[in-house]
Design a protein around this ligand. Structure first.
Ligand code: M6R
Length: 615
C-alpha cells in the first residue's frame, strides 16, 4: 500500500520521480504528490487521483531540481484529500517526507507535539511523523555534519508501527534519507545518482544495482556516498544485488491492460517456474533454495500453508495436490487469522507461506510468528529480495516476472505450478513410484502448451462476456480441487467488475446459496473432473431447475449433454496435477472482458492496492 520514490543525483528529479510513481501506482492510487528541493526552496505539488494528473500539474509548472521525493497513496488515516496526500511537510517547512505504512502511536506523539506548540493541517499519522523528525532536528547540534540523519534516526526510536520513508531537509540540499520497518524500501545505485523506492519496478529503468534495506535500517545518500546504519547506530556494509529483470518486462507493449498482458504471459511464466527444476532423469522436481534436506522433509508430518487473497486460494489447491500426491496432511490458514490465533502445531509441521509480492503484512507476520515458535518456514514468492523471501528459511522463487495488474493472474497459476511440482517432489520422497514421477513430469512440461491452447478461448469468452456483463450476482461452483478455482473465479470477477460473486463447493450450494439462484443469478460450474462428473451434472440440474443460466467449464472428453447448459467452455484434457491451472484461464478471461465491457478500470480497481502492507 502506497508507493514512494526518492531521487538524488545530477539530473532533473521531477520526470524521474513521476515515471517511478507511475510504475508504483498499482500500490495505491487515491492521490499522489511530489516535492522537489532546489536552492533551499521546497516546491510541493499534490493531487487527488492518479499520477497522470499530478504529472500534468508538476511538469507543466516547470518543477525542477536534482533532489526530490514523491508518493502515490492508498488512504489509511484520513480521507482522500489533497491535504492528506503526501509528501508531508513539517510545520517549520524544513522537513518533507513520503511515508508508506501506519504509525500506531501517532495519537500520543501528536499530543506531545501539540503540547510543544505544533499544529497540523491534515488527518494523517504521517504528518505527525514528519513533525517529530523536525522536533529532533531542532534539538541536534547545528554544526553536526550528520544532524539531519541523526534526527531521523532518533525520531525512529519513538515510532511504533510500520514505515518505509524518504525524507529530505531544506537545510541539507545534498542529502536524501530513507528508512524502513515493516514496509519495503530499496535503494537503487545509478550513474552518479541514487534512488529510493518501495519496489524495484520504480528503479529498474535507471539501474539494476540495488540494496534492499532490512527492518531497523536507515540510509543516508549524500555527496555520491551511501551510508547504511541501524537505528541502534551500528554501521553496515551495503550488500549490492543485481536485479534480474528488464524494464520491458513491466511495460504494457501492445496490450490494452496489464491484466490481459499477464494472462497471455502465463505459458512463459510456467516455463520459467520449471526452468532447471527437474532431475536429469525427469522423474521428480528439484529446488535449489529450499534449505531443508530430503531427510528433514521426510520427518514432516503436516504442512501448514498460509497466505492472503488469491495466494490463499493457491494454498487451498496445495491442500488437494499435496495430500493426493505426497499423502502429507495439509492445513490452510488465512495469514491474518493465523497470526493472532496461537494455533497449536505439531512439532513436525512445516510452514509454507505464499505471496506474489513478498510484502503482504499479514503473510509476513504469519511467517515471523511461525519462525518465532521454531517451525521451519518456506516461501513461494515472486519478488526476489522481498522481505518474505529474505526472512523465510528457504523457498521457491516463481520467476513469473513483474505482475502489475492488481488482479493476480500469472502469479496465481505460477504458484499453482510450483505447488504441483512441490507435491511431486514430496510425493517422490515418499511413496510415488519412479514411473508415476516420469508421467507427472511429462504432464507438467506440457502445461505451457495446454495453457496456450486454453488462451485460444479468448474470442469465445469475449462473446460470452457480452451476454453476461449486466448480471448483478454470480455463483461459482466447483468440487474438490475446482472449489478453490471457483473461489478464485468469484474473487477475480468481484474485484475488477464489482459484480457480487460467490465461490462455493458445488454440493454445499444446497445448504444455503441455492436461495440466490434464479434467472438473475447465473452459475458458473467447473465440471472438469471425470471421477465426479455425474455429481456435477446433478448440481447443474438443480441450478437449471430453478431457472438460472449455467455456464459450464468442462474438458474435451467430458462435455455436458446437449442442451443442458446455456454456455459451455471446453478446456483441453490434461493430467490432474495441472487441471487447476488450466481451469483458471477461462475464469480470468471472463472477468477481464466483463470488467472491460462495464467500463471498469481493470488494472486499478477501486479501493484496492496490489501489495497490502497494512493490517
Ligand atoms: O502479494 P500477495 O500474493 O501476498 O498478495 C495477496 C493478496 O493481496 C492478493 O492475492 C489479492 O487478493 C489480489 N488482489 C488478488 O487478485
Amino acid at each position: 500500500m502506497c508507493g514512494i520514490v526518492g531521487y538524488i543525483g545530477n539530473r532533473d528529479a521531477t520526470p524521474i520521480l513521476i515515471e517511478g510513481l507511475k510504475r508504483l501506482e498499482y500500490r495505491g492510487y487515491d492521490s499522489a504528490g511530489v516535492a522537489i528541493l532546489k536552492n533551499g526552496n521546497l516546491n510541493l505539488k499534490k493531487q487527488k487521483g492518479r499520477v497522470a494528473e499530478l504529472s500534468r500539474k508538476a511538469l507543466n509548472n516547470g518543477m525542477s531540481g536534482s533532489l526530490g521525493i514523491s508518493h502515490t497513496r492508498w488512504a489509511t488515516h484520513g480521507g482522500v484529500t489533497e491535504e492528506n496526500a503526501h509528501p508531508h511537510v513539517s510545520q517549520d517547512g524544513k522537513i518533507a517526507m513520503a511515508h508508506n505504512g501506519v504509525i500506531e502511536n501517532y495519537v500520543s506523539i501528536k499530543k506531545f507535539l501539540e503540547s510543544k506548540g505544533y499544529s497540523f493541517y491534515s488527518e494523517t499519522d504521517s504528518e505527525v511523523f514528519v513533525n517529530l523528525i523536525a522536533y529532533h532536528y531542532e534539538k541536534e547540534d547545528e554544526d553536526s555534519p550528520t544532524r539531519f540523519f541523526d534526527s531521523v534516526r532518533k525520531c525512529l526510536r519513538h515510532i511504533e508501527g510500520t514505515y518505509g520513508i524518504a525524507v529530505m531537509c531544506t537545510e541539507c540540499p545534498n542529502e536524501l534519507v530513507g528508512a524502513r520497518k515493516g514496509s519495503p524500501l530499496i535503494v537503487g545505485i545509478g550513474d552518479e545518482e541514487f534512488l529510493i523506492a518501495s519496489d524495484v519496478s520504480a528503479l529498474i529503468s535507471r539501474t539494476s544495482n540495488v540494496v534492499y534495506l532490512n527492518d531497523g535500517e536507515l540510509v543516508s545518500l549524500k555527496n555520491g556516498k551511501l551510508n547504511l546504519r541501524t537505528t541502534d547506530e551500528e554501521d553496515l556494509e551495503p550488500e549490492i544485488q543485481k536485479v534480474d529483470w528488464e524494464i520491458q518486462d513491466s511495460e504494457l507493449g501492445d496490450y490494452e491492460h496489464y491484466m490481459l498482458k499477464e494472462i497471455f504471459e502465463q505459458p512463459t511464466a510456467l516455463e520459467n517456474a520449471m526452468r532447471g527444476r527437474f532431475t536429469d532423469d525427469s522423474s521428480t522436481a528439484k529446488f535449489g533454495g529450499l534449505n531443508v534436506s530430503a531427510q528433514e522433509l521426510r520427518q514432516v508430518d503436516r504442512i501448514l500453508f498460509c497466505a492472503c487473497g488469491t495466494a490463499w486460494h493457491a494454498c487451498l489447491v496445495a491442500e488437494y495436490l499435496v495430500e493426493r500426491y505426497a499423502r502429507i496432511p495439509v492445513e490452510v490458514e488465512y495469514a491474518s487469522e493465523f497470526r493472532y490465533r496461537n494455533a497449536p502445531l505439531d512439532k513436525h509441521t512445516l510452514v509454507i507461506v505464499i505471496s506474489q509480492s513478498g510484502e503482504t503484512i499479514d503473510t509476513l507476520a504469519a511467517l515471523r510468528e511461525s519462525k518465532r515458535k521454531g517451525y521451519k518456514t518456506l516461501a513461494i514468492n515472486n519478488s526476489v529480495g522481498s522481505t518474505i523471501a529474505r526472512e523465510s528459511d528457504g523457498g521457491i522463487y516463481q520467476h513469473a516476472g513483474p505482475e502489475i495488474g492488481v488482479a493476480s493472474t500469472k502469479a496465481f497459476t505460477s504458484q499453482l505450478h510450483i505447488i504441483s511440482m512441490l507435491a511431486l517432489y514430496l510425493g517422490r520422497l515418499r511413496d510415488m513410484s519412479y514411473q508415476d514421477g516420469v508421467e507427472y513430469v511429462e504432464a507438467l512440461k506440457k502445461a505451457p502448451e495446454l495453457v496456450a491452447d486454453a488462451l485460444k478461448l479468448n474470442d469465445q469468452i469475449e462473446e460470452m462476456a457480452a451476454k453476461y456483463k449486466d448480471m448483478q450476482d454470480c455463483l461459482f461452483l466447483g468440487r474438490q480441487d475446482m472449489f478453490p478455482i471457483a473461489l478464485e473465479g468469484a474473487l477475480k470477477l468481484k474485484e475488477i467488475s464489482y459484480i457480487h460473486a460467490e465461490g462455493y463447493p458445488a454440493a454445499e450450494m444446497k445448504h444455503g446459496p441455492i436461495a440466490l439462484i434464479g434467472n438473475e443469478c447465473p452459475a458458473i460450474v467447473l465440471a472438469t473432473q471425470p471421477d465426479i462428473h455425474t455429481k456435477l451434472l446433478s448440481n447443474i440440474q438443480e441450478v437449471k431447475a430453478r431457472g438460472a443460466s449455467v455456464i459450464s467449464v468442462v474438458n474435451q472428453s467430458n462435455p455436458m449433454p446437449e442442451g443442458l447448459v446455456d454456455d459451455q467452455i471446453v478446456i483441453p484434457d490434461c493430467h490432474r496435477s495441472i487441471l487447476p491451472t488450466l481451469a483458471s484461464i477461462p475464469m480470468q478471461l471472463l472477468s477481464y472482458h466483463i470488467a472491460k465491457m462495464r467500463g471498469c478500470d481493470v488494472d486499478k480497481p477501486r479501493n484496492l492496492a496490489k501489495s497490502v502492507t497494512v493490517e
